[in-house]
Ligand binder design. Structure first.
Ligand SMILES: [Zn+2]
Length: 288
C-alpha cells in the first residue's frame, strides 16, 4: 500500500527552505480523496478541552523561499488521485460537488463545457514556430476540446479519463515513435502530486524537434503579491489546484529535467464567468 506523503521539499526546485502556515482542505476534496467529512463538535460530547464548532481536514500551506512555489503539504497517492478525479465533471461528480459547494453546477461547471476563448491567442503565439499542419500530442488533454489547433492540425490526445474524444481528435498510440511537432500539457501540473515526475514522463515523448507547450494557471494570489511575499498565511484553503506556480518555480522545475526554455507567455483571459491568467513555458530538448 502506498501511503500519502507530506511534502518536506519544494515540488519545483527541491529546496528545503519552506515557509508553513496551517490551512484547511476543502470538504469536497477531503471527501473524494480521503473519505473525510466535516464534523461538528458539540457541547454534548462533554469534552472539556475541545471548543464546540466545525472540525475540517487540517493541512498546511507551504512555500519555497528559493523559487516561490506555493503548495499543499498533502501529496495524494495515485489511488487518492484516481478517487478525486473519477468521472471528472461528470453527472455524479457534479452532484457530489454541489452537495459541498451549492451553486457549482449552475456556474463553475458550465464554464468548462465550451472551448476557452484564450486558446486562439495561444495558437497565434505558437503558430509561427510550427509547420502548416502540425502533428500534436495533448498529454492529459481530457476529450481534446481545448487542445490548441483542434480542427486545423492532426491532434492526438492521451488522457487517463478515457473520455469520448471531441470531433477532430484521435487517441494517441502510447507505443508510437515520437515525432510530434508540438507536445501540449495544459492545466495538468497544478493538480498533480509530483510535477517533476510528470515532466520526466513527457521527455521520452519528445523527438529532438518537438516543442513542449506547458501551461498552468497563474493564480491571482501569486500575481497580486510581489515576489518574496510569504503567501502561506494568505492561503487558508486548498482545493483541486494543489500547486501554485511562479514563473521562477516553473523555470526551476523545467531546468531539473534538462529542458531549455525557448519562450514564456503570460496571457490574461476573461470569459465573463471567470477572469484569470495563464502562465506558459515553451520548452525544447536542445538549446534554442
Ligand atoms: Zn522551490
Amino acid at each position: 500500500m502506498k501511503l500519502m506523503q507530506l511534502a518536506d521539499a519544494c515540488i519545483c526546485c527541491g529546496g528545503h527552505d519552506l515557509a508553513s502556515s496551517p490551512a484547511v482542505l476543502m470538504p469536497f476534496v477531503a471527501s473524494r480523496a480521503l473519505g473525510q467529512e466535516p464534523l461538528e463538535i458539540t457541547a454534548e460530547w462533554g469534552l472539556r478541552d475541545l471548543r464546540p464548532g466545525m472540525a475540517y481536514t487540517l493541512c498546511h500551506s507551504l512555500q519555497c523561499r528559493a523559487c516561490g512555489a506555493l503548495f499543499l503539504d498533502y501529496r495524494f497517492t495515485p489511488a487518492q488521485m484516481a478517487a478525486l478525479y473519477e468521472g471528472y465533471r461528470g453527472p455524479a461528480y457534479t452532484q457530489q460537488r454541489e452537495r459541498f459547494e451549492p451553486g457549482y453546477a449552475a456556474t463553475v461547471a458550465q464554464d468548462y463545457t465550451r472551448r476557452h476563448a484564450y486558446i486562439a491567442e495561444v495558437e497565434a503565439w505558437l503558430a509561427p514556430r510550427l509547420p502548416e499542419r502540425p502533428l500534436i500530442l495533448d498529454w492529459g488533454g481530457g476529450d481534446g476540446s481545448n487542445t490548441p489547433f483542434l480542427g486545423r492540425a492532426r491532434v492526438q490526445v492521451h488522457d487517463i479519463s478515457g473520455a469520448a474524444l471531441a470531433e477532430g481528435a484521435e487517441r494517441a498510440d502510447p507505443h508510437a515513435t515520437p515525432d510530434h511537432d508540438l507536445l501540449v500539457c495544459t492545466q495538468v501540473l497544478e493538480h498533480v502530486a509530483d510535477p517533476l515526475a510528470v515532466l520526466q514522463e513527457l521527455l521520452p515523448l519528445m523527438a529532438p524537434h518537438t516543442l513542449l507547450y506547458l501551461e498552468v494557471p497563474h493564480e491571482a494570489l501569486v500575481r497580486q503579491h510581489p515576489p518574496g511575499t510569504d503567501l502561506t498565511p494568505r492561503k487558508r484553503h486548498w482545493h483541486e489546484h494543489v500547486n501554485f506556480f511562479t514563473e521562477n518555480s516553473l523555470r526551476r522545475l523545467a531546468a531539473r529535467t534538462g529542458l531549455c526554455v525557448a519562450d514564456t507567455l503570460r496571457l490574461p483571459f476573461d470569459n465573463g464567468a471567470r477572469q484569470g491568467e495563464v502562465l506558459s513555458l515553451l520548452l525544447t530538448k536542445e538549446n534554442p
